[in-house]
Design a binder for this molecule. Sequence first.
Ligand code: AOF
Ligand code: ZN
Length: 375
Amino acid sequence: MPAATDELFLRRAIRLAMNGRGMVEPNPMVACVLVRDGQVIGEGYHARFGGPHAEPSALADCRERGNSPAGATAYVTLEPCCHTNKKTPPCAPRLIEAGVARVVIGCLDPNPAVNGNGVAMLRAAGIEVTNGVCEGEAKQLIEPFLRSVEHDSYLTLKWAQSADGKVAGPGGKRTQISGPESSRLVHQLRARSDAIVIGIGTALIDDPMLTPRDVPLRRKPLRIVLDPQLRLPLTSKLVSTAKDWPTAVIHDECRTNSRHAEELRERGVAVHCSEHFGRRGQLEAFAALQLIREELGVRDLFMEPGPTLAGSFLAVANRVWVFRSLTSMNDSTAPAAATIPAQLVPSGTIRVGDDELTEYRRPMIDAATDRPYAV
Ligand code: AOF
Ligand code: ZN
């Protein structure tokens, strides 16, 4: 099969996998496309956490369409699994039973229980396996999962700015900058994340709920406020809804036994302390991610920072989403957006309603070559 054809079907599988967005996390999005004689004869994706994997869904689709998978090529975005102590039966044996002749894989499953063992099982059964087709894109698809398997965090920053680069109104006053279509995307991304993170400045000025709204929600993301002096008001929406929506604050070390800490706890807020706040109250970004990972147990983070918090976390961000509106603020007292460092590379701009969304990504480095994957 020419390499270009493999790429074509693998890309189709990547696009299909994205239908699982918001429903499968923290597990990876995966899809499988079955092809014979250049024709798609069945396809499927992993649609929900704990539900059937991509491969059995594609095999079922193939049979429902009256086709036989025997002799077909299976294009899978992720190495088929082969381990048993989990929610669903392993996929590699299913492909073997179905008699597929060839399996083309985007990338290996970083899960140590699989990681090459799925490929070995397929090859031992006489199936031809090609791995690493569209590998950069396949890895990008599952980047938060990849990071978490590597015991790392995956951090997305998001903000909206006016055409002249301002993130709030005169004197920092809250102003709606982006349109409703952009808000909808933000709610989708909130719903996909393990946690939504803001600084105390935003909590005090905006009094946000930080919940994903009007989008399908599989689980409730943890709401985290970085609040060195523990100023989050008991009357805030975050605190008053903390019994229904998991909420945590991270403050500096000396407030642990304060009355306010106790009152927050009584209202259902998890109160954590970090010794990594600097003298001016800014939290050291690496230490914050580590604490959030290790004490709060969450890895895929969506941060909605003001410019100061953005300034501290851009150095460790994996991805940045900037919504730009068409209108200017024209006010010198309005705060300006943080500057995005050159290491975060623009990966695309799309129109969202009247706004433009630009995504910036930190290129993933291939451990084998020490160079970024070409995406
Ligand atoms: C595949 N195909 O579609 C997916 C895979 O708990 P389970 O049974 O859903 O298994 C989760 C693990 O399976 C996950 O950590 C990852 O290693 C793999 N995901 N594998 O062959 C799929 N979603
Ligand atoms: Zn599987």
